[in-house]
Design a protein. Structure first.
Length: 188
């Protein structure tokens, strides 16, 4: 495993262009959310940096430790404590990113690791338009998500994917953790 990839601006833009091409051809139709490469101030977005890093050398992607991703993002955002983008890009935005010890159906990687599986199919439990725009009806929100956890895909009342000996109980969570748990920002 590499300690950390060194990607310059040109490399990042080139990999992002590849991501855009695959997104347009395969993933856009499923509602997979393409992160912006740059924010309003002209800096790379954290989501784009993580997706680019995981896409490096596609289709021969590699297992990347969460610590490695964090170090890479810190090279652009030194104040970053802990990178959560890979998990959110997977289950919530639709990118098929394998998380170690989570939903390991197609690849078996260790806890604390991530690997981009493909740019040609969305994350298996991702449903087009499954994000709720403006509602606080908890039963409606759960129904829109097919009574599944937005992060891991475990179904309410059934064995949890990570802890098969426990039954899944859905709880309200933030779609955007930087915003309050309020209407339009609630996911199961």
């Amino acid at each position: 495993m590499l300690d950390i990839l060194i990607l310059n601006k040109q490399s990042i833009e080139s990999i992002y262009k590849t991501i855009c091409e695959y997104h347009e051809k395969y993933l856009k139709q499923f509602g997979v959310k393409l992160p912006k490469l740059y924010d309003a101030s002209g800096k790379f977005t954290k989501d784009a940096l993580v997706l680019v890093y995981l896409t490096y050398d596609y289709p021969k992607t590699r297992i990347v430790l969460k610590e490695e991703l964090t170090r890479f993002v810190r090279s652009y955002y030194p104040e970053t404590n802990d990178v959560q983008q890979a998990r959110y890009l997977g289950a919530q935005s639709g990118w098929w990113i394998i998380a170690g010890s989570r939903d390991n159906i197609v690849l078996n990687i260790k806890r604390g690791s991530y690997q981009l599986y493909t740019l040609e199919q969305p994350y298996p439990s991702f449903k087009k338009g499954h994000r709720i725009s403006d509602t606080d009806d908890w039963d409606e929100i759960k129904a829109k998500y097919n009574y599944r956890c937005a992060t891991c895909g475990s179904q309410e009342g059934k064995p949890h994917f990570h802890w098969p000996a426990t039954k899944t109980v859905l709880q309200k969570s933030h779609m955007d953790p930087n915003k309050p748990l309020a209407s339009g920002n609630i996911i199961p």
